[in-house]
Design a binder for this molecule. Sequence first.
Ligand code: PGA
Length: 253
Amino acid sequence: MRKQIAAANWKMNNTLEEGTKLLNDIINSNIQVNNHKCVIFAVPFPYLVSANQQLDNKSNMFVAAQNCHYKAAGAYTGEVSVDMLASINIHYCVVGHSERREYFLESNQLLAEKVDRCLSTDITPIFCCGEPLAIREDDSQNDYVAVQLKESLFHLDIEAIQKVVIAYEPIWAIGTGKTATSAQAQEMHAHIRAVLANQFGNAIADNISILYGGSVKGANANEIFSQPDVDGGLVGGASLIATEFIQIIKALK
Ligand code: PGA
C-alpha cells in the first residue's frame, strides 16, 4: 500500500511558543501513526530544530522545511540550503508551493533544480502542483498540471522519482474554504498517476503518494481521503488547530 500522509503546512504562522504548544497538543493526544502512515509538520525555519526535538522518538512523525534554495551553498543572503537542512536531520521539504510560485516567481525549471538538490541529500521533496481558477474554468487543468510534472520531474530516473511525494493543490481551493469535491480531487489524482505511469511505468506510479491540498478540514478529510488515488493531504489553515489536525490524521486510510 502507498504511504498515507497527513502533512501540516504552518506557512508563516505561529510564534515559537504557539508552535511548541500546538505540536505538544498533537503529540500528547497519543495519536498512533502506524507504519503505512506518516505525519509531517512543515514548520518555519526557526523552529525546525526544536520541532524535531519535540517529535523525537515519535514513530512515523517528521518535520519538514517549507522551502530550500536550489544552489548548494554560496552568497545567497537569507536563503537556506539542503545541506543545512540535512545537517539538522530534516528529511522532507515542501517544493513549489503555489504561494512560492506566485509571490517568489518560482518556475517549473527552477523547481526541477530544487527537486534535484533535495534528492542529492536524501531529503524527500513534497512537490506541489495545481492550477489557478482561470485554468479550471477553461477546463484545461489536466494539461496545465501535466506540464508542471513534465518540466519539474520528468528528468528524474526511476529510482529518484520514487523518492518524491506529490501534492495536488488547486490554487482556487487554497485558504478559500472552497474545497475541490472529492470527485474533482479523484479525477485529477488519477490523471496525475496516469501521467506518471506514462513516463515511469505503472508499477512506479502506483507507489507514489499523491496528497490533496486546499481547504482540507476535520469535517471533509474522511470523504476526500477515501478516494482511491488520494493518499492524504497537505493542510494549511486546519493544521494550526490541534483538534482539527488530529481529526485529519485519523481520517488517513
Ligand atoms: P489550506 O492550505 O489548507 O489553508 O487551504 C493548503 C496549503 O496551502 O498547503
